[in-house]
Design a protein around this ligand. Sequence first.
Ligand code: NAD
Ligand code: DAU
Length: 354
Amino acid sequence: MPSTILVTGGAGFIGSNFILQRIEEGTGQVVNLDKLTYAGNLRNVDSISSDRRYEFVHGDIGDRELVRRLLERCQPSAIVHFAAETHVDRSIRGPDDFIRTNVDGTFALLEETRAYWSGLSDDARNHFRFLHVSTDEVYGSLGPNDPPFSETTPYAPNSPYSASKAASDHLVRAYHHTYGLPTFTTNCSNNYGRFQFPEKLIPLMILNAREGKPLPVYGDGKNVRDWLFVEDHCAAISKVLDQGRPGETYNIGGWNEKRNLEVIETICDIVDEVAPRDGAPRKELITFVKDRPGHDRRYAMDARKIERELGWRPKETFESGIRKTVRWYLENEDWIRDVTSGAYRQWIAAHYSV
Ligand code: NAD
Ligand code: DAU
């Protein structure tokens, strides 16, 4: 019988890319449990919606009864846990949902997983895996000359978002250490690519540049992020899932540090080239706005462990990945119309008005 993996948050940006990649590679059945918050969009997985190897279940990871029944029914050999509240700016304006889903929700999922896993046969228990998808933000902020974050860098989260992710990482660690649950935690840098909700830097800048709207840069625009193409992240998760050592954590990054201004200027140049318009170059739309409170200055990942132990390295360069991404957003107007609904417009109006 083909094995089944349960993916949480598979209607979001990275989760949907991961499911599409797994189905394309023919690695078995996938069940997608997603609450469909503002960030979840079933259009992302439209192309496989009637595939017999795929099933969607609408629900909350914090609903223990639902999770219990789902685990009993689909008997997964692995869980890949993406579901989370993920936008730092939203966590600053309203942290409640971040604690509810990222901390309480992960705890509920772990408890139900532990109960399910304990009841498996010896063989199934040994082969079972729980992979928790986390972020580089748990390590805090680097100075300009600091070495990149490694798996042993102490945690120092600075935003309600990163604090909630750090809490969930600690719970996962404890479930391995105390109960022996075969877990992995992957901590990844900033992703970009198709299906990312346009409240995050790259898709927001592409859409605003296309429409000739201001490009809001927080602070001085010199904050540094380490960018990774989403399909490379998904391939890294599959590597860990299939070949990783239970109980371990793996840092994943793009070896691609860039200042925000550099990223935005690159986007402007590509949009000018692909969708030329009369008038000034898009770079002139760049507008400096009030900084994000507590804005982390620099993230960078040391991804040597996953390369050394599992042979993973990113395939896409930033130059080729950002080109593909800009083109995708410019060519998928229906998707954009769908996600830029009333709720999206309210967020943009409230967040950028002061
Ligand atoms: P996203 O915001 O695009 O998607 C999150 C998904 O989770 C949505 O489909 C949403 O409906 C679902 N969800 C939210 N709360 C839920 C709940 N209580 N129950 C079930 N489903 C729920 O997020 P993303 O950018 O795809 O990130 C996925 C994971 O990867 C997150 O855990 C995030 O912390 C981590 N991560 C993201 C990045 C990045 O650059 N985007 C980098 C490193 C790590
Ligand atoms: O590092 C991994 C993290 O990357 C993930 O864990 C998060 O889920 C994901 O949202 C992302 O967090 P960031 O805060 O780094 O991403 P965001 O796209 O919100 O911002 C990237 C940088 O761009 C950051 O320095 C803030 C800046 N920015 C962002 C927006 C939305 C701007 O200057 N202007 C903007 O309008």
